[in-house]
Design a binder for this molecule. Structure first.
Ligand code: NDP
Ligand code: GDR
Length: 327
């Protein structure tokens, strides 16, 4: 039975990736950072019904000794580095912490692997945010980067550290440049989930208005369940490499709102307001990915459409609020 280690196991992708790897017969070990609110930790794993199947082990990306200890104990065959301060907006308020966790955290893990378990395969969760102020209308692996936030800059450092460890030490280190991917397990602070949660609350009479920031930004949105499959496929290749993972369709926040509100028979224009204080200091206006390489080399393509994903997210948020109302 192969063993995998997942950092960020309590996040959206960590939960879906754990589920996928358990189904594939892996022993799944998840790095868990200590929290005073231990009762809510693992909520997503619980929601997927796999909390008892994942082995959670104490550690933190900023603590090299904890990473070394975990690698020595479990000797994983595959390591997926999903742990990060991943909220772009927060990275302006906490730029140094974002650098330490999202950037240096990856370097800590790569170094721990080099020292303890150099034969392990490594996946780095890189991001389309690295393209930032885009240099080409469709972004692929050859598109130059232009990061626009402390988060994107930290991710760029982690990305190049991954490439450098591959080239310097012949490590099987791959980087997935993933475009936005969402699901009912998306954190409530991200725009898609904020909208579907808002739709549910407004539909059930719990709220009247939804305050957002920039409605004209465009994102290439896919479903997290599809995207974690791409991560796994990258580590099954003989040679490590970098891959863009995207749907090739871009949509404004405004259109997303229109789709989500109309699903429950509402007009978003009656409820959504754009507030200046929710705008970002620097914006990534539009992202549109070209995942031809992933399609050709990995045989990967998305299976869930934006409309299907919105339906699933709104339905789950309606159920969550109805359950709370009944309690
Ligand atoms: P989430 O924000 O849902 O999860 C982030 C995870 O990182 C959580 O498990 C969190 O733990 C953990 N974490 C935070 N700080 C530390 C730390 N110091 N040490 C160890 N773990 C830590 O992110 P997603 O699941 O959405 O994304 C997964 C990865 O992919 C992230 O690296 C993200 O930046 C990247 N990415 C995401 C995309 C997306 O659209 N979702 C697109 C491209 C890249 P805790 O629960 O304790 O907070
Ligand atoms: P993003 O996702 O920054 O692309 O990063 P987010 O959903 O936060 O923002 C997407 C776009 O929506 C606009 N927006 C709002 N965003 C939020 N969060 N809240 C609002 O109220 C709001 N109103 C408008 C934003 O300005 C932005 O243009 C995500 C994260 O998962 C990263 O970790 C990951 O690397 C990238 O996706 C790819």
């Amino acid at each position: 039975m192969p063993t995998c280690l997942i950092t960020g196991v309590t996040g959206q992708d960590g939960a879906y990736l754990s589920q996928l790897l358990l189904q594939q017969g892996y022993r799944v070990v998840g790095l868990l950072r200590r929290s005073a609110s231990s009762d809510v930790v693992g909520e997503r794993l619980r929601w997927l019904g796999i909390i008892d199947d994942v082995e959670l082990v104490d550690g933190n990306l900023v603590d090299l000794s904890s990473l070394i200890r975990v690698l020595q104990t479990y000797q994983p065959d595959e390591i997926y580095n999903l742990g990060a301060q991943s909220f772009v907006a927060a990275s302006w308020n906490q730029p140094l912490l974002t650098g330490q966790v999202t950037g240096l955290g990856a370097a800590n893990l790569l170094e721990a692997i080099r020292i303890v378990r150099p034969e392990a395969r490594y996946y780095q969760a890189s991001s389309s945010e690295m393209f930032g102020r885009v240099r080409e209308p469709r972004q692929n692996e050859a598109t130059p980067f232009y990061p626009r936030s402390p988060y994107a800059i930290a991710k760029l450092y982690a990305h190049w550290m991954t490439v450098n460890h591959r080239e310097s030490f012949a490590m099987h280190a791959s980087s997935g440049i993933l475009f936005n991917h969402e699901s009912p397990l998306r954190g409530i602070e991200f725009v898609t989930r904020k909208v579907t949660d808002g739709v549910a609350r407004i539909k059930l009479g719990l709220a009247k208005e939804l305050a957002l920031g920039n409605l004209e930004a465009q994102r290439d949105w896919g479903h997290a369940r599809d995207y974690v499959r791409a991560m796994w496929l990258m580590l099954q290749q003989d040679k490590p490499d970098d891959y863009v993972v995207a749907t090739g369709r871009t949509t404004t926040i405004r259109e997303f709102c229109q789709l989500a509100f109309s699903y429950v028979g509402l007009d978003y224009r009656d409820h959504v307001v754009s507030r200046r204080d929710l705008l970002r200091p620097a914006e990534v206006d539009v992202l549109l990915g070209d995942a031809s390489k992933a399609r050709e080399r990995l045989g990967w393509q998305p299976t869930i459409t934006l409309e299907e994903m919105i339906t699933e997210m709104v339905e789950v948020d309606l159920t969550r609020h109805r359950t709370r109302l009944r309690a």
